[in-house]
Write a protein that binds this ligand. Structure first.
Ligand SMILES: Cc1cc2nc3c(=O)[nH]c(=O)nc-3n(C[C@H](O)[C@H](O)[C@H](O)COP(=O)(O)OP(=O)(O)OC[C@H]3O[C@@H](n4cnc5c(N)ncnc54)[C@H](O)[C@@H]3O)c2cc1C
Length: 391
């Protein structure tokens, strides 16, 4: 077995697999170490909503770049991502109207297809929505959702096709360093060598950085989602909805189901051990999100709840990732902390990580905003408006 590589990626989630693919495309010999199977972390349980409603120019550009990849997945990556166009609707309270308008203008300026809809237009297009509290909404006709397991496997397949080796069921236990430079990793299957290591370990990212005595503020936080079966009259798919007034999001799922989760900053308080947490949902959660859904989509009063589960967000203090070299000139990099909204950014992030480790600028996306030092500098990434907690 070959144990020498140019780059070792720790973690087989969307970030590890997309990064491996883009790095391998640039001619480097890559290995991905994954302690379980692909998608074992946040990725495999992601709601996988693909929207472009961000309030920073960089994140909006990353979302747009990624959407273009999802739209042309077969040519850009190969295989399938299960991308389904459903449209994406942003509902905010009247107090956030100016913020909503400014966000939409910013998104349009970077080429995103989005616009404002009046209350009359909302009522005409989705008469089943309760919209008495709204004055306007934003709508992206091209957005939707994907299948996260299919997506991560397609990225892995594409990386394999370019020579990447995947070591599954291989847990990394330590980083080998010599004179402040990485040399390789210690794993459950022995040692592997590379001058570049990328920590794409999501909720485990802080723990792995700590092995090199670098503290990265990423908490592993328990979040939940629940599914409801729509009444027979409402079998036709609805758009993906981010309902900021009820702090919830929902999207259609195959089989006439609607998946519901929270958009709630208090989820950052549910810090858990990523290896030992309750993966079942709480009854109160299912009742709570069901209520929030019914307030906006009253016919769902007649729905039945089907399944539900808990999973992990890797949350940083500003809800944005860290994409950086952990120790200058050490070859030890990190790409983690996507705080509940990373799936859709995965395609762009892969190219940004490839830029980072090769020193090239192919993606045209400047990762400086996500430097680790921003926290000690007191310059976190700021959403421009109160409602935009997710970017
Ligand atoms: C319920 C839920 C809903 C979400 N909804 C959305 C959404 O609608 N849209 C969106 O854009 N994003 C969403 N997200 C967020 C998105 O899924 C994540 O940001 C993204 O999947 C993070 O990917 P990752 O590769 O960084 O981490 P992960 O997918 O967590 O991958 C990390 C991998 O590292 C491996 N690993 C850890 N430690 C080691 C070790 N020591 N050795 C080897 N391997 C190791 C783990 O096994 C894991 O597979 C959601 C997340 C959740 C949980």
């Amino acid at each position: 077995m070959d144990t020498n590589f140019d780059v070792i990626v720790i973690g087989g989630g969307i970030m590890g697999c997309s990064s491996a693919f883009r790095i391998a495309q640039r001619g480097l010999k890559v290995a991905v170490m994954e302690k379980a199977g692909l998608g074992n972390g946040s990725t495999g349980r992601s709601s996988a909503i693909i929207r472009q409603h961000y309030s920073n120019e960089l994140t909006a550009k990353m979302a747009h770049h990624s959407l273009c990849v999802f739209q042309n997945f077969g040519d850009e990556v190969g295989g399938d991502s299960g991308f389904t166009v459903a449209g994406f609707l942003v509902l905010t309270a009247e107090k956030d109207l100016e913020g909503l308008k400014a966000n939409v203008a910013l998104q349009q300026s970077v080429g995103i297809k989005t616009g404002l809809l009046s209350r009359d237009e909302l009522a005409e297009r989705w008469p089943y929505l309760e919209i008495g509290d709204l004055v306007a909404a934003a709508y992206e006709p091209e957005s939707g959702y994907a299948d996260p397991t299919l997506t991560v496997n397609s990225f892995a397949q594409a990386a394999k096709g370019r020579g990447t080796e995947f070591q599954l069921d291989t847990e990394v236990f330590g980083i080998l360093m010599e004179a402040d430079k990485v040399r390789g990793v210690k794993t459950s299957r022995g040692e592997f060598q590379a001058p570049i290591i990328i920590n794409c370990a999501g909720p485990w990212g802080a723990q792995i950085a700590d092995w090199a005595n670098v503290q990265v503020p990423i908490n592993s936080c328990r979040v939940q989602v629940a599914f409801f079966r729509r009444p027979v009259e409402y079998q036709e798919d609805h758009p993906v909805v981010a309902d900021f007034t009820h702090a919830s999001y929902w999207r259609p799922e195959t089989g006439g189901l609607t998946l519901v989760g929270l958009i709630d900053p208090s989820e950052q308080e549910n810090v858990v051990d990523p290896d030992r947490y309750n993966e079942n949902s709480d009854l109160e959660f299912v009742a709570d999100v069901g209520n929030r859904l019914v307030q906006r989509f009253p016919a769902m009063e007649e729905s039945t709840s089907t399944t539900s589960y808990a999973a992990l967000y890797a949350i940083t203090p500003d809800w944005h990732p860290v994409i950086d070299e952990l120790i200058p000139d050490s070859g030890f990099f990190i790409c983690a902390g996507f705080s509940g909204h990373g799936f859709k950014l995965g395609p762009a992030v892969g190219s940004m990580v490839a830029d980072m480790v090769t020193g090239e600028d192919v993606s045209g996306l400047d990762r400086a905003l996500f430097r680790l030092r921003r926290f000690e500098e007191g310059k976190p990434v700021a959403g421009r408006y109160e409602y935009s907690i997710a970017g």
